[in-house]
Design a protein around this ligand. Structure first.
Ligand SMILES: C[S@@+](CC[C@H](N)C(=O)[O-])C[C@H]1O[C@@H](n2cnc3c(N)ncnc32)[C@H](O)[C@@H]1O
Length: 300
């Protein structure tokens, strides 16, 4: 059976949470359960871990024992589910953002340009718009914005125009259909990188990844006890910028607020001033960890 996922920055992130054995923890991106298993191994009988994932496939990895509760939900509803479980405050939360290996390696999900198949890309297959819906219904202006802002593609306007022209005669339903539209805009040498950027852009839009991240971070900050920790692993610059600003200032624009005396007002203390990234050994074993960045804060 294919590996579901290999956890990234495992020791660094869980050490960074400074686990209290009797504490209440949340892993908002349960996936294959690699980080969750490590958190659980550091809890005693009074401790508890809640694991969120919006993808039903993650349910196959649910961990045994009464210290673990799986929540199949988008993490943007974190507070609601904590309320539902009568949890007022938490000691720590981990977010290991994006998708798992499982998503990229499942030919039927449309996340990878390595396989032809339906352009779906939804992490939760039961709800919301698919990547094909986005390509076939969004305006040219909106499409250009997505490829420019989420994919950082210079030819975003031309790509959007070509999508709109193509769909006038034939709907874009499959990975192959989409690649046929994209390829003329990419040079041979940069083709793979640019295709990955285009796929990433579409995935971020389909799953509303940035909106969900913002909602979750704000709720996590409210839920954390004083002295509680929040560790976030990001994989692209858009999500990293949001996390960096929020950790530094408590808002997403990164605006520093000061009191009357000029002291910086922030709800958090940075645990690592410098971002933590995988070392050469980890990247060699797991090349997909290459772009990972870990940031950790403590609630004051
Ligand atoms: C990088 S993987 C996490 C892997 C996990 N740490 C492990 O060790 O196996 C990210 C997971 O988070 C889930 N996910 C991404 N965004 C989510 C969201 N907004 N709400 C809930 N789950 C989400 C994905 O379905 C995926 O399973």
């Amino acid at each position: 059976m294919a590996t579901y996922h290999i956890p990234v920055l495992l020791k660094e992130s869980i050490d960074g949470l400074n686990i209290r054995p009797e504490g209440i923890y949340v892993d908002v991106t349960f996936g294959g359960g690699g980080h969750a298993r490590e958190i659980l191994s550091r809890l005693n009988e009074d401790g508890h871990l809640y694991g969120f994932d919006r993808d039903a496939d993650a349910e196959n990895n649910i961990l045994p024992g009464k210290q673990f509760t799986f929540v199949r939900s988008n993490f943007r509803y974190l507070s609601n589910f904590m309320d539902w479980n009568d949890v007022e405050k938490i000691d720590g939360l981990l977010a290991d953002l994006g998708v798992s290996w499982h998503h990229f390696d499942d030919e039927t999900r449309g996340f990878s340009f390595r396989f032809d198949g339906d352009l779906d890309m939804r992490m939760n297959k039961q709800a919301g718009k698919t990547a094909a819906d986005v390509l076939n219904t969004y305006t040219e202006e909106n499409l250009a914005g997505i490829f420019y802002h989420y994919g950082e593609l210079k030819s975003s306007r031309a790509i959007a125009k070509a999508i709109v022209r193509t769909r006038e005669t034939q709907k874009i339903r499959t990975v192959r259909n989409f690649l046929d539209v994209l390829k003329p805009f990419f040079s041979r040498e940069k083709e793979k990188k640019q295709m990955a950027q285009a796929f990433q852009a579409l995935r971020i839009e389909v799953n509303e990844e940035l909106e969900a991240l913002k909602d979750m971070l704000q709720q996590a900050a409210d839920l954390l006890k004083s002295g509680g920790r929040l560790a976030v692993i990001t994989y692209h610059s858009l999500e990293d910028r949001l996390v960096k600003n929020f950790f530094k200032t408590g808002d997403f624009e990164g605006t520093l607020k000061k009191d009357f005396y000029g002291n910086v007002l922030t709800p958090f203390r940075l645990i690592n001033n410098k971002i933590i990234i995988p070392d050469a050994e980890e990247i060699e074993k797991n090349p997909r960890s290459r772009s990972a960045k870990l940031r950790i804060i403590e609630k004051i």
